[in-house]
Design a protein around this ligand. Structure first.
Ligand code: SAH
Length: 242
């Protein structure tokens, strides 16, 4: 049986990969992925063959990987975790047409987790993860999730906070959350986690509202207990006597 690994390689630095991800890529002769991610992996696995597709061509990328996996071991690579806004689901759906290909999902450290470690400990209590991309989700649904997560006092992690066509989405998301969260809620964002140019900032929700961020950024909005301690973002676990 031929094999296709759907690999989440973490933030992008070699140390941030799991041993299983490193093994899956090492075992594969061909790596398929989005151009930027293939470039990242070429640094660590220069001897592999690579086939790349544009960012929006997810379906084509998965089909390419499934086709190639009929004849050789292939890794389809995603940043972070392959099942969190990644291609694992699509791969399993499309794999129905390729019964001879054995698919293995290899988990990775998602941006919420690697970014949280850069900021401090913002996710020590309940949190919600919401993508601001409305390419695959209607904006009304995103608004509803933001509003209810804010009302329920979750710490909120925002993926895909911006893109060329959605420059004001983070401001819109902050306005919605400001209906239930205080303007001085402690927030943070991390750009290029584990990659060249990594940058992190801690600020209030009202400051975040007016901050431009790019698509390589993950945003953290604290809950009502979240504090800034010595330049770190910290959400208490909730133990009263600590
Ligand atoms: N599967 C990925 C998420 C893909 S969605 C994961 O599990 O992390 C793409 C979004 O993820 C980006 O817009 C950004 O919000 C976040 N992201 C992924 N990698 C990142 C990194 N290295 N630094 C900052 N944000 C990142």
């Amino acid at each position: 049986m031929s094999r296709l690994y759907i690999v989440g390689f973490g933030a992008g630095n070699y140390e941030g990969m799991t041993i299983a991800a490193e093994r899956a890529i090492s075992e594969s002769s061909l790596i398929v992925g989005y151009t930027v991610y293939a470039e990242l992996m070429k640094k660590y696995f220069p001897e592999k063959r690579y086939e790349v597709t544009a960012m929006t061509k997810e379906r084509d990328r998965v089909i390419l990987a499934l086709e190639r996996a009929q004849n050789e071991t292939v890794s389809l690579i995603c940043s972070g975790d392959s099942g969190i806004y990644g291609m694992a689901g699509l791969a399993l759906e499309l794999a129905e047409n390729y019964p001879e290909v054995d698919i293995e999902i290899v988990p990775g450290v998602t941006a919420a987790v690697s970014g949280a470690a850069v900021l401090g400990a913002p996710l020590t209590h309940d949190f919600a993860v919401i993508s601001l991309s409305d390419l695959l989700t209607p904006w009304e649904k995103i608004e509803k999730r933001l509003m209810l997560a804010a009302e329920a006092d979750f710490t909120v992690v925002l993926y895909n906070p911006s893109s060329k066509n959605r420059a004001d989405y983070l401001a819109r998301a902050c306005d919605i959350m400001l209906r239930h969260k205080s303007p001085v809620t402690v927030c943070g964002y991390v750009k290029n986690i584990g990659r060249d140019g990594e940058e992190s900032h801690i600020l209030t929700l009202s400051e975040l509202r007016d901050t431009p961020v790019d698509m390589f950024t993950t945003v953290f909005v604290g809950n009502s207990e979240t504090k800034a301690i010595g330049g770190r973002m910290v959400t208490p676990r909730g133990y009263r006597n600590v």
